[in-house]
Design a binder for this molecule. Structure first.
Ligand SMILES: Cc1cc2nc3c(=O)[nH]c(=O)nc-3n(C[C@H](O)[C@H](O)[C@H](O)COP(=O)(O)OP(=O)(O)OC[C@H]3O[C@@H](n4cnc5c(N)ncnc54)[C@H](O)[C@@H]3O)c2cc1C
Length: 410
């Protein structure tokens, strides 16, 4: 059996019998001879399919772009009998009951842009969610609170390390925690939860410790430039060592990193969108430091900020060797330099990007301010057009295969 199994649910590549025109192209293209047919249906043998994807581009209808979650593989005999595809099996995600409504609404909003709801990478580890609730939060202790951006920078971004003490808080790179700010809103109700992406790899900010870091931008003005004090971000950035924070979560079941060898990570972020990228990068960096260089495919990071001083984790990023990760930084307000936005940097690396997008083993992550999405979409559309590719088609195929992930927020 190929490795397309997470701990409880597997992802299986199938062919949609309702739209397949039985043209035989996929069967001819499959290097593993995993595709076969009878008088009725074209089907895929789970034991032979390696999900390399050679069969995907030539399919004229998109019937081949079909993936289902299942608790055991559908056999080819079962597939021969289908008129339509079965529904996804419910993913087994460890959760203490249903997600709070505000978390569902916030998450839907964060994925409502170009990303849309998506699946996790097929080889992602099994996430735990919603272990701590507003009624029973985990009380985390602040172990450190460091300003990452220059004092002169217009935005103060902080790196906070939270320790969960004796409360088990298992998480994966790409997941978020909920922070419950103390006090009440103008209606006398407790403040609603705010989500923050975890910026540590799964084994802890300090390996083996029950802690995690978050990357918080202090909100000092609203989106129209009017001065405001963000409730949660002001609270978090003002915390001192030893202070306590009520935390819910973890949350997130899709924006997760692939675990299989050879998976390329293509990461695009601005500002605090760096948090999940740092978590994923650190996961790979620690493996790399232990000599497991073959464990991952390539890593490419496009990172935009106004100036170098406003780019969180700038120092550590600059020290990473090129053979470990290709870091492409874009600064839009660096004194004496030409304005460059993240989408400009992406365009400048068009050939490299096109190669990555053609590779079925590329997993893409976009995170940061909602405003970044349009520019990134436009640059990817242009690059693909220049290289005879169709970005919306590629994006949809990647999303279906759990390879395209966007989380943006205001
Ligand atoms: C999935 C997810 C992950 C997130 N990860 C992070 C993270 O890693 N780091 C991080 O700092 N934030 C992150 N956020 C945003 C975070 O949840 C809060 O929304 C943010 O910190 C503002 O909360 P606040 O209570 O300080 O501001 P509020 O009191 O809620 O808002 C005050 C005012 O500021 C405006 N505002 C809110 N957010 C912003 C913003 N980002 N930029 C400009 N104006 C804003 C509001 O419209 C409002 O007018 C994430 C959001 C989501 C959905």
């Amino acid at each position: 059996m190929d490795g397309s199994v997470t701990s409880d649910v597997l992802r299986q590549h199938l062919i949609d019998p309702e739209i397949c025109i039985r043209c035989n192209t996929c069967e001819e293209m499959c290097p593993e001879d995993a595709i076969t047919h009878d008088d009725l249906n074209y089907v895929i043998d789970f034991d032979k399919c390696t999900m390399k994807g050679d069969c995907l581009p030539p399919c004229p209808t998109g019937a081949i772009d079909s993936f289902r979650k299942a608790t055991r593989p559908w056999t080819i005999e079962e597939q021969f009998g289908w008129d339509s595809l079965p529904p996804d099996a419910e993913p087994v995600v460890e959760s203490k009951g249903p997600l709070p409504e505000d978390v569902v609404a916030i998450t839907e909003n964060a994925t409502s842009g170009a990303g849309g709801q998506t699946l996790p990478p097929w080889s992602a580890a099994h996430p735990y969610i919603n272990l701590y609730t507003p009624e029973q939060p985990a009380v985390a202790t602040v172990m450190g609170n460091m300003r990452l951006t220059d004092e002169s920078a217009s935005t103060g971004i902080h790196h906070l390390v939270l320790d969960f003490g004796n409360n088990a808080f298992p998480y994966l790179e790409g997941q978020s925690i909920g922070v419950l700010p103390p006090g009440e809103d103008e209606n006398g109700r407790p403040h609603h939860v705010r989500l923050y992406s975890i910026s540590s790899p799964r084994e802890g900010e300090r390996p083996g410790y029950n802690n995690c870091a978050i990357t918080v931008k202090r909100i000092t003005e609203d989106n129209d430039g009017n001065p405001v004090e963000g409730v949660a971000s002001t609270f978090l950035c003002g915390l001192e060592k030893g202070d306590e924070v009520n935390v819910t979560g973890p949350f997130g079941t899709a924006f997760l990193m692939p675990n299989h060898a050879g998976a390329n990570l293509l990461m695009i972020c601005t500002g605090t969108g760096a948090a999940p990228m740092r978590a994923m990068t650190e996961r790979r960096r620690r493996k790399w430091a232990r000599g497991a260089r073959e464990a991952g495919g390539s890593m490419t990071l496009f990172f935009g900020a106004r100036t170098a001083g406003e780019l969180p984790y700038f120092g550590p990023l600059k020290k990473l060797p090129q053979e470990f990760m290709d870091v492409q930084m874009a600064f839009s307000r660096e004194p004496g330099a030409e304005k460059e936005y993240v989408q400009d940097r992406i365009r400048a690396q068009g050939k490299q990007l096109a190669g990555l997008l053609r590779d079925e083993n590329t997993f893409m992550y976009i995170c940061g301010h909602r405003r970044m999405e349009d520019g990134v979409e436009a640059s990817l559309t242009d690059i693909c057009a220049y290289h005879d590719m169709d970005w919306p088609q590629i994006r949809d195929r990647m999303r279906l295969a759990g390879r395209y992930h966007v989380e943006t927020y205001y």
